[in-house]
Design a protein around this ligand. Sequence first.
Ligand code: HEC
Ligand code: HEC
Length: 323
Amino acid sequence: MKPAWFILLSVGLLVVLWNCHGHSFYSLDASYPFPLDNPPDAEKIKLGRALFFDKRLSKDGSLACADCHNPEFAFTDRKPKSIGINGQLVDRNSPSLLNSAFLETVMFDAHLKTLELQVIVPIQEPAEMGHNMKLLIPKLRSIPEYQKAAKAIYNRDFDAWVLTRSLAAFERSLLSLNSRYDKYMNGNRKALGKDEIQGMKLFNQLYCSTCHPAPYFTNFKAENNGFYTEGSSDKGRFRVTLDSSDIGRFKTPSLRNIALTYPYMHDGSMATIDEVIHHYAKGTRNNNRTHSSIAPFSITPLQTQQLKAFLFALTDTSYLEKY
Ligand code: HEC
Ligand code: HEC
């Protein structure tokens, strides 16, 4: 075959394949895990994005997922604890949704297996969106754009399957893995400054990486970092397992984009990274089930600054151009 023909044929084949699968940028970029029954797809992600910003998902039409998971704040809300409909105070601090494709379990209690299962929780939680799926689904189905998209993407009427699959697919597409730390690890030795490199050494020398190991800076497990105070009302994972060894265990948060996701901890009670470092340096064990690695260490003010500088170098806001 002549080279020109070969090229023409190959390009033609590529175009056909491209169109057949309805693939575009997102699915080709899908360098992340997803359940077999919910592969990423550009139109699905687009529908999920629209739903994520839609206040009609809450009972009184006042609150969208994005109000508590704001892209500007790495998909958190910068409040100690979230505020649901009618000004109700939610029990916990809103976690970042970036890199949620990699989560092995979902929620602070590390009890839900998939992002698909999680979607219904905030919608039906009275203190959050306070809605009811039985009322919400017909309402969303009656919106022509949603019903049309459901038919086109899933070949079915808009229903709970469409809602949960689309929102989860959107969440999985939220990647943030190109911080200066990543550039450094990929060979750009100039990407981190001297203090940040010192801070990285400290992070690894101290026991931080036991529970916050690279590359996601979480072990994805519910751990007890000594923060939970004996007798507090929020007992962490215990509230779903009723196993006393789970009292005070919370899913270890990723430390990526930590510069944007303050205040910290499940109850948002720590305003700054300095406070967090101080907590660990004191070896604070507010409860007797604390992980054995939590112990006091000495750290100078300069080293504290260096550790903080390293943690802040885990910021990557390039997702803002894509989401
Ligand atoms: C009123 C504020 C609020 C709204 C609205 C809200 N969330 Fe959340 N979200 C939270 C809080 C607080 C948590 C932590 C709850 C917990 O772990 O117990 C959370 C947790 C999550 C998690 C778990 C993340 C992880 O690391 O385990 C996901 C995923 C999530 N929300 C997605 C959504 C989606 C999708 C919507 C819209 C359907 C939504 N949220 C609406 C406040 C909110
Ligand atoms: C035993 C496991 C463990 C170790 C060791 C550990 N952490 Fe944590 N870390 C956690 C858990 C669990 C949380 C969440 C606790 C909560 O929400 O109540 C957390 C929360 C944090 C937070 C707040 C994150 C957020 O989004 O709210 C920061 C920052 C942090 N850790 C930094 C560190 C540093 C720095 C070290 C080393 C000095 C360290 N951690 C060692 C388990 C650990």
